[in-house]
Design a protein around this ligand. Structure first.
Ligand code: NDP
Ligand code: MG
Length: 394
């Protein structure tokens, strides 16, 4: 029996994870769940999975959760704040942690799981983007097992040779990181500035949380994934080609020196990478239907248009620049996406804000978690400033 903590249980990845857990009660049991604003859903999840612990943001949320919890799962203990999240991520009873909180707030609890040497299933790409060097050092020192949930990275992991890593390349020449191009891949360029949050979140192939959906529309998501792949697989940005593949059937590819290209294919459903990582190195059913290859019929590929997707270009530059550039990029993007979702910023303003913040701030070489977090805070303040300027409220 494997005991699992799901950080971000109420989100899109969290729900898919619990769906896989429910299919295998003989293998997986929930130790703890966490949620943030959706406390009713969290209470229902506790009722179904009867965890030992549930983590929420603060005492106020704990008070709201307490009543439904008494009825649905009286033995579940409530813990609060970042400390609560870190505790349930690192408790000795836990075998596996699904890191599926969205954004920079996921960094500390994910790192707590790493430092406790857990099997960490990483969906929260922002933590690697912000603090990749420190994060990967911690993985090595604590001998944690890090398994990628992001579908592209999970695909790459599946296509890499068994002897990859430990200083060995196993004949790998490069990685082809695929992305659908999102809902605005072929929209007229001049229409982008008027796109609404609901239009941006209407992804053609994937059902996801709103933040990552907007990131997919700007292709910042692919840029964050490029940085994520560099850390996970010890690659330089030049060793990764971003390829637009509108059908989202191939989830990424690895090219070898002999000319072979291996790809992982499947329906666009996150339960496949989640089940893969949960059972690794074994395989279990995920509830995902077989891919109908005849129905799929064709696979298209094109290279990304960096004029249409300036966020991808900014992320590529930040990847090459290194140091604090990815953390600044990530923080500015989080603030800009929240501004867009909240109706303060047009869609095209997201790239504008990120570019201006990167221009304003000095790139440093943060060598501690505190240093990373102060870069993050600085970039957030700067992004708020830029939004005020751009929207004429400064
Ligand atoms: P969602 O927005 O659906 O879920 C986010 C989760 O984080 C929810 O449980 C939410 O709680 C919780 N949360 C939000 N803010 C806070 C906070 N301040 N403190 C603590 N918890 C918080 O996101 P997704 O599931 O789509 O994405 C999660 C992560 O996985 C992201 O990093 C994303 O990039 C990554 N990912 C997602 C994919 C997908 O298909 N969805 C694919 C690949 C990667 P609540 O809902 O209760 O407010
Ligand atoms: Mg992805």
């Amino acid at each position: 029996m494997q005991y699992l903590t799901v950080l971000g249980a109420t989100g899109s990845i969290g729900e898919s994870t619990l769906d896989v857990v429910a299919r295998h009660p003989d293998r997986f049991r929930i130790f703890a769940l966490s949620g943030y604003s959706q406390l009713d859903k969290l209470a229902r999840q506790c009722g179904q999975f009867k965890p030992g612990f549930v983590a929420v943001a603060d005492q106020q949320s704990a008070a709201i959760l307490a009543e439904p919890l008494r009825a649905l799962s009286p033995a579940t203990e409530i813990v609060v704040g970042q400390q609560g999240l870190c505790d349930v991520a690192s408790a000795p009873e836990v075998d596996m942690v699904m890191a599926a909180i969205v954004g920079a707030v996921g960094l500390r609890p994910t790192l707590a799981a790493v430092l406790a040497g857990k099997k960490v299933l990483l969906a929260n790409k922002e933590s690697l983007v912000m603090a990749g060097g420190l994060f990967m050092d911690a993985v090595r020192r604590a001998e944690a097992t890090l398994l990628p949930i992001d579908s592209e990275h999970n695909a790459i992991f599946q296509c890499l040779p068994a002897n990859y890593g430990l200083g060995q390349r196993g004949g790998v020449r490069k990685v082809l990181l695929t992305g659908s191009g999102g809902p605005f891949r072929s929209a007229p360029l001049e229409s982008l500035s008027a796109m609404t949050p609901d239009q941006a979140c209407a992804h053609p192939n994937w059902q996801m949380g709103r933040k990552i959906s907007v990131d997919s529309a700007t292709m910042m998501n692919k840029g964050l994934e490029l940085i994520e792949a560099c850390w996970l697989f010890d690659l330089h940005p030049e060793e990764i080609d971003v390829v637009i593949h509108p059908q989202s059937v191939i989830h990424s590819m690895v090219e070898y020196v002999d000319g072979s290209i291996l790809a992982q294919l499947g329906n666009p459903d996150m339960r496949t990478p989640i089940a893969h990582a949960m059972a690794w190195p074994e395989r279990v059913t995920s509830g995902v239907a077989s891919l109908d290859i005849i129905q799929t019929a064709r696979l298209d590929f094109e290279s990304p248009d960096l004029q249409r997707f300036p966020c991808l270009k900014l992320a590529m530059e930040a990847a090459r620049r290194g140091g604090s550039a990815p953390a600044i990029l990530n923080a500015a993007n989080e603030v800009a996406v929240a501004g867009f979702l909240g109706g303060r910023l047009p869609f095209t303003g997201i790239a504008e804000v990120v570019a201006r913040v990167l221009n304003r701030l000095e790139i440093t070489e943060p060598d501690s978690l505190e240093a990373v977090q102060s870069c993050d805070q600085l970039a957030r303040h700067s992004a708020e400033d830029v939004i005020e300027q751009l929207t004429g409220k400064g």
